[in-house]
Design a binder for this molecule. Structure first.
Ligand code: BGC
Length: 661
C-alpha cells in the first residue's frame, strides 16, 4: 500500500494472514457488515477498534461525526479551481479533521462525471471531463492517505443521476466507460493506491454495482490492481440478489448497521447451503483487514479540527474557485467610487453549511460568513449597503438554488435548469434600475440564464463554504483576482445537453438509462454538434489579461515518445492573477467518430503584472488514444492532430499541428 516499503508490505500481509487464522468463520462473517450507522464492529481478540467511517467530500459531516467541522467549498468548486496542489492540501486538511473526530475512513472524494446538469449531486462532483477529474482526484486521495487514514472514492460507478438512483441500471458502452466514466477510479488506484472504493446504488449494464463482478473484480482488482476494500453505499446492497453474489463479486463491507445481504445469520445460511466457500470469505475479508489494521494505528491526537489554518484553506479554495463568467464594461471590481451598494437577493444571507444540507455532503461549521456579511465587513470608508438599486452606484443580486428547496441535493434531481421565477424577475428588475448590476450565483450546477445580457457582471460562487462570504467580497472589491474556470459547460438550455435527447437517456425508460450519447459528454457533445453555449467548458475571466506566445512543438510525434509542448505566458495587465493554460488535442481525420477536441493537459500559472513564464507540457502517447471497440483495446491512429492552447475550450490562443506515426 501507498507509503509502505516492500518489507512493511510483507509484514502487513503476514498480519492479515495471522488475523484470518485466529478468527472463526462466525467471526469472519460478522465482520463483513457494519455495526452502527458509521462504524464497524470492534474485534477485541485482534486488538482492532471499531473502524469509523465519516462523510465526506467537502468536510466532515455532522451526521456522521456529531461534531462541527470546517466546511470547505464543495467538489464542483474544487473542480473550478483547476489546481491539483490545492486538492492535495485539501486532502491533508480533511484527513486531519477526520482523525480529530476519531475516523479511519473518509467517505470521499466524490468523483462521478457531470453528465446531466440536473443531477442533484453535481455540486459534490468535480467536472464533466475525465482528465480534470483524474488530475484533481489523485492528489486529493494522496493528501488524505498521507495522514494514515483511508480515502474512499465514490461512487463506483456511473452514478450520474439521483432520480431513481437505487432502481436504475445504466446501459453504457465499453468505450464510454473506458474514456469517460472509469478513468478517475483507475487513476485513483494506479496512481494514488486508494484504500477504499464505494460501490454505487445503481446498476451498470445489468448488475447492481454491489454485485457487479465485472466492475469490482475484473476491472478494479484484476486490471487496476486494487488492494483495498469495497464498501457498499449506504443500504445499496438492498438491490442485490444475495450475500453470495455480493461476496463473489467483490463487495468487502456492507454498510450501514448489521447489513442486509451481509447479515451474519443470512450469510451463515448461504454458506451452509454451499453458496460460497471459506476461501471466498477470506478473500473478501483480507482487503478489509489490510486497511483496518493499518488505519487503526492512527492516533487521534494527530488530528486537527477547525484550526485557523483549515479556515484559511477554506478561504483560499473559495477565492480560487469563484468564476467570473461575464464582466461587461469592467463592472467588477467595485472601486472607491462606489459608495452606495445595493445588496439584494435571497442568497445574500442564507447559510449553506448545515447538517445534511445537500444530503450526506452537508457539513455543520462553527461559523459561516454569508455573502452579505462578507460585503459589509469589506466596505471601504464612507461606503454603505443600501436597498434601492436605482439609488445605488452598483447593485449585487445574490441568486441561486440552495440545497433544500430548489435542488442541489442528494436523493433527487432538479426539475429545471432555471433559477426560481421570482429570482429571475428580481434580476431583471434590478438590471432595469441599475446598469451596474452584478449577479453572484451561489449554486452548485449549471443554470440557464436568459437574463445574462441584461446584467453587467456574473460571478459563479458555487457553494463556497464557511469562508465564502469573505472570498466573494474580496473578489467583488478587487482584493483577489478571480481565477476559477468552469469545470462543466453551461448550455443555453437543457435540451441542448447530451443526456437530454430522449427519455431513455434521462431519466430512463423502465428503470434503464441508456447512455446513447456514448463518449459525447459535456463539451465533447457541444463541440460535435457545433452548439452555441452560454459559457464553455474551461471559461473564466480575470481582472488582468494574459498573452500566450512562442509555441514550440515538434512537427512529428514518433510512436513510443512523449511530445513536449512549450509556450510563454505573460501577464499583460495591471494586477497579479492566474491563468489556466489548457491544451486540447483534435484529431484531424479520425477513423471513428471522436470528440472534435479533448483536454489533454493544463496548468494554472500565477503571474505578477508584466511577469512572463515558460509553460511546458509533456504528452504521453496515451493522450492520442481512444478505445477501439473492434479490438477491445486502446488505439492510437497515425495521422495529423491539431494542438490548441487557450483560455477555455472555445478560446484558442495558439495552435499548431503534429503528425503522429
Ligand atoms: C451517499 C454516500 C454517503 C453515504 C453515507 C449515501 O446516501 O450516497 O455518498 O457517503 O450515504 O452517508
Amino acid at each position: 500500500m501507498d507509503g509502505e516499503n516492500s518489507s512493511e508490505h510483507g509484514d502487513r500481509e503476514q498480519i492479515v494472514e495471522e488475523m484470518l487464522s485466529r478468527l472463526t468463520l462466525d467471526d469472519k462473517l460478522s465482520l463483513l457488515a457494519g455495526k452502527g450507522l458509521f462504524r464497524t464492529r470492534s474485534l477485541a481478540q485482534l486488538g482492532l477498534p471499531a473502524m469509523k467511517l465519516v462523510d465526506g467530500p467537502r468536510g466532515i459531516g455532522w451526521h456522521s461525526s456529531l461534531r462541527r467541522c470546517t466546511a470547505f467549498p464543495t467538489g464542483i468548486a474544487l473542480g473550478a479551481s483547476w489546481n491539483p496542489d490545492l486538492a492535495g492540501e485539501f486532502g491533508v486538511a480533511m484527513a486531519r479533521e477526520a482523525i480529530a473526530v476519531g475516523a479511519h475512513v473518509l467517505l470521499g472524494p466524490a468523483v462521478n462525471i457531470c453528465r446531466t446538469p440536473l443531477n442533484g449531486r453535481t455540486f459534490e462532483y468535480l467536472t464533466e471531463d475525465p482528465l480534470l477529474n483524474c488530475r484533481l482526484a489523485v492528489p486529493l486521495v494522496r493528501g488524505i492517505q498521507s495522514q494514515g487514514i483511508a480515502a474512499c472514492i465514490k461512487h463506483f460507478a456511473v452514478n450520474n443521476q439521483e432520480a431513481q438512483r437505487s432502481r436504475i441500471t445504466v446501459q453504457v458502452s465499453e468505450r464510454a466507460l473506458r474514456e469517460i466514466y472509469l478513468p478517475v477510479f483507475e487513476a485513483a488506484v494506479r496512481e494514488a493506491d486508494v484504500w477504499s472504493v464505494m460501490a454505487a446504488y445503481n446498476g451498470v449494464n445489468g448488475d447492481a454495482c454491489c454485485e457487479n463482478g465485472d466492475l469490482l473484480q475484473q476491472r478494479l482488482r484484476r486490471e487496476y490492481g486494487f488492494r483495498g476494500f469495497v464498501v457498499s453505499d449506504w443500504f445499496a446492497a438492498r438491490r442485490t440478489r444475495s450475500g453470495a453474489s455480493c461476496l463473489k463479486a467483490g463487495l468487502n463491507l456492507e454498510m450501514p448497521l448489521g447489513g442486509l445481504r451481509y447479515r451474519r445469520a443470512s450469510l451463515l445460511r448461504e454458506f451452509k447451503q454451499g453458496d460460497f466457500t471459506a476461501q471466498e470469505v477470506d478473500a473478501a475479508l483480507a482487503p478489509l483487514l489490510r486497511v483496518w489494521s493499518r488505519t487503526a494505528t492512527v492516533s487521534r491526537a494527530a488530528g486537527q479540527r477547525n484550526t485557523p489554518a483549515h479556515q484559511e484553506l477554506a478561504y483560499r479554495m473559495a477565492a480560487e474557485s469563484i468564476t467570473l463568467l461575464q464582466n461587461a464594461n469592467q463592472a467588477l471590481p467595485l472601486d472607491d467610487t462606489c459608495q452606495r451598494i445595493a445588496v439584494l437577493g435571497p442568497r445574500a444571507s442564507k447559510r449553506n453549511c448545515r447538517p445534511l444540507y445537500g444530503g450526506s455532503a452537508g457539513v455543520w461549521s462553527p461559523y459561516e460568513i454569508t455573502p452579505l456579511q462578507g460585503i459589509r465587513d469589506a466596505l471601504g470608508p464612507g461606503c454603505r449597503v443600501v436597498e434601492d438599486p436605482s439609488r445605488a452606484d452598483a447593485a449585487i443580486v445574490f441568486a441561486g438554488l440552495g440545497h433544500r428547496v430548489h435542488g442541489d441535493c442528494e436523493g433527487r434531481d432538479r426539475q429545471t435548469m432555471r433559477l426560481p421565477a421570482e429570482q429571475e424577475q428580481l434580476i431583471r428588475e434590478t438590471a432595469a434600475a441599475n446598469p451596474r448590476t452584478i449577479v453572484v450565483l451561489v449554486s452548485g450546477s449549471p443554470l440557464e440564464m436568459d437574463w445574462a445580457e441584461d446584467v453587467a457582471a456574473i460571478l459563479m460562487a458555487w457553494y463556497p463554504g464557511m469562508e465564502g462570504g469573505r472570498a466573494i467580497a474580496d473578489i467583488v472589491f478587487g482584493k483577489v483576482n478571480p481565477s476559477g474556470k468552469l469545470p462543466v459547460t453551461f448550455p443555453r438550455s437543457l435540451g441542448d445537453s447530451p443526456a437530454h435527447g430522449s427519455e431513455r437517456q434521462y431519466p430512463g425508460d423502465s428503470a434503464t438509462v441508456h447512455y446513447d450519447e456514448g463518449v459525447f459528454v459535456g463539451y465533447r457533445h457541444f463541440d460535435r454538434e457545433h452548439l452555441d453555449v452560454l459559457f464553455p467548458f474551461g471559461h473564466g475571466l480575470s481582472y488582468t489579461s494574459f498573452t500566450c506566445r512562442d509555441l514550440a512543438v515538434n512537427a512529428h510525434w514518433q510512436p513510443g515518445e512523449t511530445l513536449t509542448v512549450a509556450l510563454k505566458l505573460e501577464n499583460t495587465g495591471a494586477v497579479a492573477g492566474a491563468e489556466v493554460v489548457q491544451l486540447y488535442l483534435a484529431p484531424q481525420a479520425p477513423r471513428v467518430p471522436r470528440p472534435p477536441q479533448e483536454l489533454k493537459a493544463f496548468q494554472k500559472v500565477f503571474l505578477q503584472p508584466g511577469e512572463i513564464r515558460e509553460v511546458e507540457f509533456r504528452l504521453e502517447e496515451k493522450a492520442l488514444a481512444y478505445w477501439c471497440e473492434q479490438t477491445n483495446a486502446w488505439r492510437c491512429d497515425p495521422g495529423q492532430y491539431a494542438l490548441r492552447l487557450g483560455a477555455s475550450s472555445r478560446d484558442t490562443r495558439l495552435s499548431s499541428s503534429v503528425l503522429y506515426g
